[in-house]
Ligand binder design. Structure first.
Ligand SMILES: [Zn+2]
Ligand SMILES: [Zn+2]
Length: 396
């Protein structure tokens, strides 16, 4: 079914939609799923799609997740199936994720009579934009009764035909902040009567670097990144305010708490030192993606059997965020990074780059991984500690 999966990916690639606007994408996914026998399709949110495949006998429930959204980027790949929507581009590989899960759905729907339990296929909107689409699907019950959840991210920095299956820390929590430095506007030639929020804001930006350099345990990864500084629009005018925006990434909840508190304290302190004040806003983003040890060990075995032991690596944690973590907080979870780069074919661009692409051979690997993992895990989950957690049964 390689041609089908590639064709779906190319169709989605040519018709990208931004986060929470995936109306055509969701309709396309629902139509493909609706054409399969034994697949129950629902639309729990405006642009989310949920499919259930009931097995022929009782057993555990396994969820598999894909994400649907594209990015506000002008595509520069020159591919024959490049985006037909100026300024919108599948530059993270979510078109591939969706096509892969449609491929797995096709295979697994044909096997449903022989499968125990239930498959829950989650096609979520809005992975790229806070608050993320996962939370709304979880709230709509997508994870009710789910014993384990798996997913994958195509990963262009790694070569095709390889994959990272990593227990424990995989992707960092990410949060965002906004500081409004409030000074006093005035004439650039009479600075003594003004309070300059640009000069003060610049000191805030510099002082924030001190947190990771001197206040975070050096063995704990952390990032404080300022990604926006907006103030002033005339060379003769000291503006009233300067707006500083940014984000943080960390794995440890204690570090997250430290960053939240200290960014606010330092901004307030620097402003006070110069007679200014500030407003500080902190918005929680995505929790860290923490792969369950037991489930990930099983997925590692399955991947080694499929692709060979040398193709499967443990990798290293990444500081980027992913709202796959919203599912992992409700059931044991495993997110796999599926290599999709190919230097020999010039597929070398970073995710979110205008010339980002994936080696489409990875799509077939993804379908095989999901199909085999679904069969293996549905047959074996009841005998693992994963589905024998009394707390989860009590919470139901
Ligand atoms: Zn992305
Ligand atoms: Zn992504």
């Amino acid at each position: 079914m390689r041609e089908d999966v590639v064709a779906w990916r190319r169709h989605l690639h040519a018709h990208p939609e931004l986060s929470f606007q995936e109306h055509e994408t969701a309709a396309f996914v629902a139509a493909q799923l609706g054409a399969l026998d034994g697949v129950e399709v629902t639309r729990p949110t405006a642009t989310g799609v949920l499919a259930r495949i009931a097995g022929g006998r009782p057993g555990p429930t396994l969820a598999i997740r894909a994400d649907l959204d594209a990015l506000p980027i002008v595509e520069a790949t020159g591919l024959p199936f490049a985006s037909e929507r100026e300024g919108v581009m599948h530059a993270c590989g979510h078109d591939g994720h969706t096509a892969i899960l449609l491929g797995a759905a096709t295979v697994l729907s044909r096997l449903r009579e022989q499968l125990p339990g239930e498959l829950r296929l989650i096609f979520q909107p809005g992975e790229e934009t806070l608050p993320g689409g996962a939370a709304a699907l979880v709230a709509a019950g997508a994870m009710n009764g789910v014993d384990a959840v798996i997913g994958l991210h195509l990963w262009a920095p790694d070569p095709v035909d390889t994959l990272v299956v990593r227990p424990g820390r995989l992707m960092a929590a990410c949060d965002v902040f906004r500081i409004v430095v409030k000074g006093r506007g005035g004439h650039i030639g009479i600075p003594q009567d003004a309070i300059d929020p640009i000069a003060i804001g610049a000191q805030v930006v510099a002082a924030l670097q001190h947190i990771v350099a001197r206040e975070v345990d050096p063995l704990e990864p952390a990032i404080v990144g300022v990604t926006g500084f907006h103030a002033g629009d005339s060379v003769g005018v000291i503006p009233e305010t300067a707006v500083i925006a940014g984000g943080t990434n960390a794995f440890s909840p204690a570090v997250q708490e430290l960053l939240e508190r200290r960014i606010g304290e330092i901004a307030a302190g620097v402003c006070a030192a110069h007679g200014a004040t500030c407003d500080y806003e902190w918005t929680p983003g995505y929790a860290a993606v923490m792969n369950d040890e037991a489930l990930t060990a099983r997925v590692q075995e399955i991947a080694r059997e499929l692709f060979g032991a040398e193709a499967v690596r443990g990798g290293t944690p990444l500081m980027v965020g992913e709202d796959f973590s919203a599912y992992g907080q409700l059931a044991p979870s495993c997110l796999v990074l599926l290599g999709a780069g190919n230097a020999a074919r010039g597929i070398v661009q970073e995710h979110h780059h205008p010339r980002f692409d994936v080696d489409e051979a990875a799509l077939g690997h993804g379908v095989r991984l999901f199909a085999h993992a679904a069969v293996e895990l549905l047959s074996s989950l009841p005998t693992t500690s994963v589905s024998l957690d009394p707390n989860k049964e009590l919470a139901r």
